[in-house]
Ligand binder design. Structure first.
Ligand code: NAD
Length: 269
């Protein structure tokens, strides 16, 4: 059994680091042409380094700068991708940020920034992707499905998170966005799912793993007793995007080493 995404075009948002870079590499390994999206001038070198790893391994792709919270930039990213590669088959809605604060001290800017990238960004990219899927229609030489969207949500779509009300709210909303799109476009053979990572070792949560004390306290939340790696998410993304997963739509899959079994109850509560 082989996971093949041969010749399919995949847009991976926020692919210049962390989970996005892991997914971009996994999709390219499976044969996809990958658009390595990054948000700003500052992340250009990181995005180029990810693309170099992909091309060195025999894969294909380009880097593309676009702030996913900006409607005009998202529309242009999809138009440019379609002009260069003919269509888009897969969207990985991964770009995300945290701006943590105690709730009573959270500013409107912190709230809006997180909702803007984590929720509005996912809405904008999904809308442009679905328009393109519907324009192209099903082409079985590419995939049985008309298109695939994978939202990168979080265990915090179900676990409340004190001090992170903006982030937890954005991820809870992504669950409803994903399920609504799966329902609305199922008959068009567009599959929409979420991957909900637990603790994955990336820059977004460096404080939680960069000292032995912090890592130890994090591991107390993870029955499987290790921190996750971007590849753990990339492996699943490649599978869900492939035709092997053709009956999977409208669901959230947790990749969390058991975090959502609530380890703190392991001694009986
Ligand atoms: P990260 O900080 O390494 O990656 C985030 C990426 O998003 C970066 O490449 C960043 O440049 C990009 N980005 C930020 N704002 C953007 C914008 N406006 N437009 C385009 N790109 C933008 O962190 P990560 O852990 O790899 O996070 C990736 C996703 O995984 C996020 O949605 C995050 O919420 C989710 N997640 C991460 C963890 C974890 O433990 N690391 C757990 C659950 C969910």
């Amino acid at each position: 059994m082989e996971i093949s995404l041969r010749n399919q075009v995949a847009v991976v948002t926020g692919a210049s680091s962390g989970i996005g870079s892991g997914i971009a590499k996994s999709l390219a390994d499976a044969g996809a042409i990958v658009i390595v999206n990054h948000s700003s001038e500052r992340s250009t070198d990181e995005a180029k380094a990810v693309l170099k790893e992909i091309t060195d391994a025999g894969g294909k792709g380009i880097t593309y700068q676009c702030d996913v919270s900006k409607e005009d930039q998202v529309i242009k990213m999809f138009q440019d991708t379609v002009s260069q590669f003919g269509t888009v088959d897969i969207l990985i809605n991964n770009a995300g940020i945290q701006k943590d604060a105690k709730f009573t001290e959270m500013t409107i800017d912190q709230w809006n920034a997180v909702i803007g990238v984590n929720l509005t960004g996912q809405f904008l990219c999904a809308r442009e992707a679905i328009k393109e899927f519907l324009r192209r229609g099903i082409d079985t030489s590419r995939s049985i499905a008309c298109g695939k969207i994978i939202h990168i949500s979080s265990v915090h779509e179900i676990i409340p998170w004190a001090g992170h009300a903006n982030y937890a709210s954005s991820k809870g909303a992504v669950r409803m966005l994903m399920q609504t799109l799966a329902q609305e476009y199922g008959a068009n053979k567009i599959r929409v799912n979420s991957i909900c990572p637990g603790a994955i070792q990336t820059p977004i949560n460096k404080d939680a793993w960069s000292t032995p004390e912090a890592l130890n306290s994090l591991l107390n939340l993870i029955p499987y007793n290790r921190i996750g790696q971007p590849k753990d998410i990339g492996n699943l993304a490649a599978f869900i995007a492939s035709d092997l997963a053709d009956y999977i739509t409208g669901t959230s899959i947790f990749v969390d080493g058991g975090m959502t079994t609530f380890e703190s109850f392991s001694t009986g509560g």
